[in-house]
Each structure stands twice: as C-alpha cells, then as structure tokens.
Design a protein around this ligand. Structure first.
Ligand SMILES: Cc1cc2nc3c(=O)[nH]c(=O)nc-3n(C[C@H](O)[C@H](O)[C@H](O)COP(=O)(O)OP(=O)(O)OC[C@H]3O[C@@H](n4cnc5c(N)ncnc54)[C@H](O)[C@@H]3O)c2cc1C
Length: 457
C-alpha cells in the first residue's frame, strides 16, 4: 500500500473511533508508546488509545486487514515485549468501575487499575483481590492469576471472575462466562492476554473493611535466621494470614542516598483478615524472637492496603522473574541470599510469598491456573536501566534458577519478564493444560495476532 493510501486509511480509522490514533508523526506518540516499566522501549506502527469496546473491535479489524500484530496494554507494569511495528492498543482510558453492593461484585472496563476499584468498593466496606500495588491493571493481573494480600483466604483473583468481555482476533466481541464460550473462559483465567483484548469483566468483592498488616524490618545479619524461622512459621499460620518475606538491597544508583546504597534489609510482611488481637498475637511471636529494627503493624482500612508493600508508583526500569518452590530448602535459602547479597548482584529484591491456603482449592469453574499447591512464590527483581543492565539481571536470574533445582517447579505467569513469555511459559502448566491452551489459541487466534504476550507453542 502506498503511504498516501495508508494515511487515508489511518484517517478513516481516526474518524471511525471515539478514542485517538497516533503514528510516529504525531507529537502524542512519544508519550503514548511508554510503558510504566521503562525497560520497554517500543516503537509501534500505530497506537490506539481506546475509549470503548467498539474502538477495540475497529482496531483489531484494522490490524488484521493490514497484517499488524496487536499488543494490548493497560499500564505497562507487566510482561515487557516491545510492540515494535505493531498496533498497540492502550486501554488506560477505559477505566470505569461500578460496584453492586448487594451482589458484592465489581464491573470494570478493560483498562481500570486497582486504585480505581479501591476508590469505589472500599467506602462500601468491600475489598477486591488486588496485589501489592494499587497502580497495577485489573485485567493483566487477573488473567495471570492474581496473588493478593487476601490470597490465602479467598484464592486467586482469577477464581473470583464472573464473566469477561473479550475482542478476539477475528474482531468479534464475545462474552465468556461459565455458560458462554466456556473454553475461552477457561483459557483466559490463568492463560493471560494471548486470546484477545478484554474490554470489561466482573468479579466478586469481599466484606473486608479493615485488615491488620504491616512489616517487621530486620538487619541483613539476621537474613538467614529470618528465612529459616519463616519456613517453620508458615506451617503454623491460618489461612486468614497471607505473608511474605522480602530481602531488599538498595541499589547503587544516584537517586539512592549514598549511605543507603548497597544496604540490605529483611522485611517480614503480612496481612491478617480477622480479629485484630489474633493477628497481633501471630506477629508478636516474631517480636519475641528478635526485636525488629522497625515494626509497622497496625489495623489499617482496606483502602490503605497499598502501604503494606509501598511498591513504587512512578515508572521504573526493571526486570522481574520468578520461580515457584515446593519448599524453602536450606539450599534455596543459601542460593537466594547469596544471589542478592553478593557485592556485584544486579538484584534489588527477593520476595518470597507464602502460597497454599485457598489458592490451592479448585473452584467450581475450572480454569487454566496451574501449580495451585505451590508453597512459595519467589519473585526476583533487578534494575534494568540499560540493555546491558537488563541482560545482567537475566543472567543472574538464570544462575539463581539453576541453583534452585531441588525445590523449583516452574514459573508463575504474572512475575515473568520479556523473553520468558516464550521460553518459560511452558513450565507454568502440566502437559495436558498446555495442550488445551495451545488448541484454544489455534482456534481463536490462528495467525497469532496477540503475539506480544505469552506463547504456548
Ligand atoms: C509493582 C508491581 C507489583 C505487582 N504485584 C503483584 C502482586 O501482588 N500479585 C500478582 O499476582 N502480580 C503482581 N504484579 C504482576 C502484575 O500482575 C503483572 O505484571 C500484570 O501483567 C500487570 O498488568 P497490567 O495490566 O498492569 O500491565 P500491562 O503491562 O498493561 O499488561 C500486561 C499484560 O497483560 C495483558 N493485558 C493487560 N490489559 C489487558 C486487556 N485489557 N486485555 C487483554 N490483555 C490485557 C497483556 O497481555 C499485557 O501484555 C506486580 C507487578 C508490579 C510491577
């Protein structure tokens, strides 16, 4: 197609949709192509900032007609595969949320972030199953599983989904639910964004107005002791308690105050949903064991749940990876601490979340979610301010993974980065689940339009 014809067709698309269309010639393109994770440096052929489901339908039909792949982005917190020469559909303006307090459900548009849901649900005493950061997108998080601070009590966020509206690669808007397009309903919950662009979904909320939560901070010298104690402790706690132990190393970077650079601290982080005194008693056993440097535990309104992890709100450049572990073996503890504490380590964070509880209970509506009985979700994070730094973290992840073989069982979709979408995704599922995902992908997206996300083949 000549460039004049192309311009004409792009202008027709502009007139057809309620949202905006940008090419590299538009001033707004540079801002629109950014992901929250700045490690993604992408140059799409075309960007649509969608305002409604019909914009998404029009975009996907346009992409098919012109042989473009499609990448769907709500915030850019997630998997980072650059949508070069593709159509990037940015969902961020589709962020409406409505809550039905009687049914205890929330209906959100495809680009809503968790803060949008908290703002509407928590004044009604209702809590969604968001993760550590309210800035993360509802859809990307939920399709990958979704491990929240209420996870051991209420399970994966994906298990709480009632229905989803999704535009598939043929440009059709489909509703998927336990009774409609049941194969797709199975696949997207746990299979991620490879099957279409989600324009809306509805999920359950829970009556949790406040929680008891916070952090105990210990010095680096106690890191090994804390991990060994954590391993024993989690076998004794009830499902009302969801916890993690996080080893943080302040990076040697200009924005970190000089005395803090390279400093390692260990955080015992937890949220208890239930009687405050019971939660406090569970955490008191740590304080009795060793006095922490700081103790932030308190009863907090659920609207403030983001303060438990205090994840960064501003954009970062990071490479995250993960391993699911059957146990925190002595070898795993040594490997994890060695990997982050080493002077030349590119990691700034190792987060070990306690799984099981309600996460392992299969729900009435089956889904592609796998490895439900994982005991520890290990997330590793490293700064990736340059392509070289990105590669350094990748190599360190591979080295650590090799040292975790005695307890590793595969990955968790939500904590994967970039190329892992192709090379590690198979480790997430048992063979029969993977084969079913491949078959459903072939049926709904035979040309692999949605190729900037998880690849099952
Ligand atoms: C600071 C931080 C904290 C986190 N905490 C947790 C946590 O506690 N628990 C947890 O389970 N995970 C957590 N995650 C991981 C997070 O769930 C994933 O990164 C998730 O993919 C982010 O979704 P997003 O929509 O914000 O990101 P995006 O980068 O916009 O999207 C990621 C992928 O999701 C898919 N997607 C997004 N929107 C749509 C849509 N509307 N339709 C179809 N597909 C879509 C696409 O395939 C896209 O590539 C965290 C990540 C970060 C960076």
């Amino acid at each position: 197609m000549s460039s004049a014809a192309q311009t004409l067709e792009i202008n027709q698309l502009r007139e057809q949709i309620a949202g905006s269309v940008f090419t590299a010639e538009d001033a707004a393109y540079q801002e629109a192509r950014l992901a929250w994770n700045r490690a993604v440096d992408q140059y799409p052929a075309l960007i649509i900032k969608a305002k409604n489901a019909q914009d998404v339908v029009a975009g996907i039909r346009f992409a098919r007609q012109h042989g473009l792949g499609v990448s769907v982005q709500s915030t850019g917190h997630g998997l980072h595969i650059a949508a070069n020469d593709a159509l990037l559909i940015v969902m961020a303006d589709m962020n409406a949320v409505t809550v039905d307090p009687a049914a205890r459900t929330a209906r959100v548009e495809g680009g809503a972030i968790w803060q949008d849901v908290l703002a509407v649900a928590t004044p009604l005493g209702l809590a969604p199953l968001l993760g550590s950061s309210p800035g993360v997108g509802v859809v990307g998080y939920t399709l990958g599983g979704g491990i929240s601070w209420l996870a051991r009590k209420y399970g994966f966020a994906a298990d709480s989904v009632r229905w989803i509206e999704v535009v598939t690669a043929d440009g059709e808007l489909r509703r998927v639910s336990p009774t409609e397009n049941t194969d797709l309903f199975w696949a997207v919950r746990g299979g991620g964004g490879a099957f279409g662009a989600v324009t809306a979904l509805e999920f359950d909320l829970y009556p949790v107005p406040t929680v008891y939560g916070g952090n105990l901070i210990y010095p680096a010298g106690l890191a090994s002791d804390v991990l060994h104690r954590y391993r024993e402790w989690i076998d004794t706690v009830p499902d009302e308690l969801t916890s993690s132990v996080v080893v943080m190393k302040f990076p040697d970077l200009p924005f970190v105050p000089e005395p803090m650079r390279g400093l390692v601290q260990v955080f015992v982080r937890a949220v208890y949903t239930g009687d405050v005194a019971e939660g406090a008693a569970l955490l008191q056993s740590w304080v009795n064991w060793r006095a922490p440097i700081a103790n932030t535990f308190a009863e907090i309104p659920f609207s403030q749940i983001g303060t438990v992890s205090s994840d960064p709100e501003d954009p970062v450049s990071a490479y995250n990876s993960n391993e699911t572990l059957t146990m925190l073996s002595d070898q795993a503890i040594e490997a994890i601490l060695g990997a982050i504490i080493a002077d030349d380590s590119p990691f700034y964070m190792m987060d070990m979340r306690h799984g099981q509880g309600a996460l392992q209970h299969k729900k009435a509506n089956p889904s592609a979610l796998s490895n439900r009985d994982t005991k520890i979700y290990l997330q590793m994070g490293g700064a990736a301010f340059s392509p070289e730094a990105y590669k350094r973290v990748q190599s360190a992840v591979q080295r650590l993974n090799a040292n975790l073989r005695d307890s590793a069982r595969g990955g968790y979709l939500n904590f994967m980065s970039g190329p892992e979408a192709k090379v590690r995704v198979q480790s997430v599922y048992p063979p029969e689940t993977l084969a079913r995902l491949q078959a459903i992908k072939r049926e709904y997206d035979p040309e692999n339009l949605f190729r900037f996300t998880f690849q099952f083949a």
